[in-house]
Design a protein around this ligand. Structure first.
Ligand SMILES: [Zn+2]
Length: 421
């Protein structure tokens, strides 16, 4: 573990305050976008007054991009200083470009290496990964495995047969993949008898939910830990340690975290157990640093000390605003529905798909949910009751045969609007 990871959080805060003041001065000097946005705001208060500064929305950044200027008005460096350009996955609309300088890229690798090392990976381990090198930022996380010193076997997505062969022949200690893919592979092979003892999941929420995690751990005969990044800010910013109690901020010193009320944007205190939308600020970025960026991720934070010795706060992602449905005023995250259904294993497979009857975020109950498992009306009734109790909305549960819902080697499509009118 880097010694910096044991640094008391109060000391980290002092270092971050100095970095933040420098970063803000840098933005005012180099970013036309932030010069305009911060006009009239007091920018002298450091981190103590960061909540008085405006939030940055993805749509604002995109609005400044054009054919002539694909990076937008917040690009702070000359184009010849860029060494890497990633794309975001563009879950909402067109993808955008993420430019990096050499120091930005180095910081990304530093944060990612800490996040993955937290899960117990170390020199001498053999690790099979399924991230592709491009175009998405997850590809940058591949450099983290060299930094940690593991023997890295990059397989990528696209062929589960190739992946299973690598696991069988190369006898890795760990695999890195999305939780959906980790679940899907259990249907394709006997992974319990494999050499894999650590399954590291990232890329979508759900890997930390108890019933879903229990299924993965039992199926793989391995411990499951999560990592998480945010395209515009960095890959694998957070990584879970072997205590399995949430993801530590691996990018400490590089990124500042805040919580806000997702509806009003008001700041929330980072107290133990606090929930809200995650807001991130670059502290040492150069190409296109972001200030108070709204991630659209709903998270829970823990600040109490962790037995692993890392002092950075821990976090679990509850779900993304972009995936969220609102059923008569109640926020419903698809991964939370999957988690409740997973409690009924082995009578269900764990696979679900929500099939809304109408387009858009707002839905009326009962919300149709297809559940793979036994065709049994009493079971469907029990699932309806459990979802109503746990998530306070009423679903319409339709049992469908095992293996009838789509599988993915990337991220699961838990909501399908093709029945919607
Ligand atoms: Zn820990």
């Amino acid at each position: 573990m880097d010694e910096v990871e044991r640094l008391p959080w109060t000391s980290q805060r002092e270092l971050d305050d100095a970095s933040f003041r420098y970063q803000l001065a840098y933005l005012l000097a180099h970013s036309p976008f932030y010069r305009g946005k911060l006009a009239g705001h007091d920018t002298t208060g450091g981190l103590d007054t960061i909540a008085t500064l405006p939030l940055t929305e993805k749509s604002e950044l995109k609005a400044t991009c054009s054919d002539e200027n694909p990076f937008g008005d917040h690009l702070c460096v000359a184009p010849d200083e860029l060494v890497r350009v990633y794309s975001t996955s563009g879950t909402t609309g067109t993808p955008s470009f993420i430019p990096l300088t050499v120091s930005d890229l180095d910081n990304w690798v530093t944060g990612s290496a800490r996040s993955y090392a937290a899960s117990g990976l170390g020199a001498g381990d053999r690790v099979v990964t399924t991230y592709n090198a491009g175009p998405f930022v997850a590809g940058a996380a591949l450099d983290a495995f060299s930094r940690i010193g593991v023997c890295h076997v990059p397989i990528g997505t696209g062929s589960s047969e190739r992946l299973l062969r690598a696991i069988d022949k190369l006898r890795p200690d760990a695999v890195v993949l999305t939780p959906s893919y980790a679940e899907y592979l259990l249907e394709l092979g006997d992974l319990r008898s494999s050499t894999v003892r650590r399954v590291l999941v990232a890329g979508e929420p759900g890997g930390g939910e108890p019933a879903f995690r229990a299924k993965l751990q039992a199926g793989w005969g391995a411990s499951v830990t999560e990592a998480m990044g945010i395209g515009d800010i960095g890959p694998s910013l957070f990584g879970e340690c072997e205590q399995q109690l949430g993801m530590h901020l691996g990018a400490r010193g590089l990124v500042h975290i805040e919580l806000i009320d997702p509806d009003t944007g008001a700041a929330r205190e980072l107290s133990d157990g606090a929930t809200g939308e995650l807001v991130l600020t670059h502290l040492r970025h150069r190409a296109a640093p972001l200030l108070r960026f709204r991630t659209r991720d709903h998270v829970r934070i823990w600040t109490e000390p962790c037995a692993c010795g890392r002092t950075a706060p821990r976090m679990r992602c509850v779900g993304r605003t972009d995936d969220m449905l609102i059923v008569r005023g109640v926020n419903v995250f698809p991964s939370a529905v999957r988690e409740v259904v997973a409690r009924f294993q082995p009578r269900v497979t764990g696979a679900i798909q929500i099939r809304p009857k109408r387009r858009g975020v707002k839905q009326e109950p009962p919300l149709p949910v297809c559940v793979e498992g036994e065709s049994n009306a009493a079971l469907a009734e029990k699932i309806i009751l459990e979802i109503r109790n746990a998530l306070t909305f009423t679903p319409e549960v339709r049992m469908v045969p095992p293996q009838s819902l789509p599988r993915s080697d990337y991220k699961s499509k838990l909501v399908d609007f093709s029945d919607a009118t």
